[in-house]
Design a protein around this ligand. Sequence first.
Ligand code: TYD
Ligand code: MG
Length: 467
Amino acid sequence: MAKTSLSNTRNTIFVCQSCGAEHRKWIGQCPDCRAWNSITEQQITPASMRSGKAAPLIVTPITEIDSSKSPRRSSGLHELDRVLGGGFVPGSAVLIGGDPGIGKSTLLLQASRYLAEQGNVLYVTGEESPQQVRLRGERIQAEHNAIHLAASTDLEAILVTIDQLKPSTVIIDSIQTTVTSRLTSAPGTVAQVRDCAAGLIQSAKQKGHALVLAGHVTKDGSIAGPRVLEHMVDAVLYFEGDRGHAHRILRAVKNRFGPAGEIGVFEMTDAGLIGIRDASKIFLAERAVDVPGSVILACMEGTRPLLVEVQALVAPTVYATPKRSAVGLDTGRVSMLTAVLERRIGLPLGQQDVYVNVVGGARILEPAADLAVMLAIISAYQERPVPANMATFGEVGLTGEIRPVGQPEARVKEAANLGFSQLLLPKENHARVREADIAVTLAPKSKVSVQYHPVRNMAEAAQAGLT
Ligand code: TYD
Ligand code: MG
């Protein structure tokens, strides 16, 4: 592709490889995402060449479309099936994202083992050799003669192989290593990732196999720089976890065929990933139960619900002005909440240092953390623990009133899914949550009946939340 000039000619555009924005001419810095040197020239087909040949679309009344023909294919892993909404849907594309080394390849190989019993599986690896995959397969007992391995990064070769093998499941590990010869840009760039994914998705829709793409998450937390892939696929699952801990969380961020926000919990062992039905055990195992100053907060990270432990410590001060210190929370907000406790509840914190910490390095900036922070401080000061199976959320105003927060259903659902059966929440949120009837949408396997404690102010919260 010859770069004719720096200004646009009719059949080229300039695309930022970082955010995917399109520009009319080459520039050193992308005005949209501010990335430097990220803009490359790309060929486009002029509209005049595309039109003309097109035949009219075949339209069908919605009532005449056969919807019974998509039986789901179970992965044999109950936690994965739950997140998918019952299993893989033929003809659909699922993206599994996560940090390198989190366990994506392990999960997909384990799922292949069961999927292979329902038809051929094509497992294309662009990162490991077939020998390495086999070795891992032996270790996690994921061997089956219907799992067909190929080490390739070449999109066109993969598509031809799909045509020949006619697999019922195609696994691409990873989408970032796949390249198409149609583009000259490097593997992993926006244009390559988008083009390869589009080609693979189109083939899945035409041929009816289930497509699974593994994708690495970049430093800023999005797959392949921008979220280009999220729009193209039917379901996006994120694999999360701390490599220091054995547990992993698989979270559906988007799902066209099932509930979004669903999570699956696994434990990484010597024999691969094991689904954990009773996830609360893992989370409760790491925290000290019945210790004053510890509160479980159901917060939202973007669209994702997350349970974190908020800890507080209250100690007599040696300073003229007592310290208010916060890790993982806004210190200014913690000072304000401490003042509200003094004035509205009469908690004598004037001679006390207050330290608040979010365990595990999370950073929570939403006001929905207020109630948990204040409850943790009261609990620490009065040395009265909060029940171990209680989770909470809610914003607190300057008069000590408790205000509703967004997405209460997602928070309640996450807490209940993880085994927290008591919920301390704003009264107004409680009305909404009951309407949504969480119990019905909860995964059928988790037999948690949630006990709600709706509260209007901090005095009520302290009454309901402390033992
Ligand atoms: P992997 O699936 O290769 O991660 P990804 O594909 O997301 O990059 O996971 C690799 C990690 O998992 C590695 O650190 C080793 C560990 N692991 C186990 O602990 N047990 C196992 O049985 C396997 C296969 C891997
Ligand atoms: Mg891998």
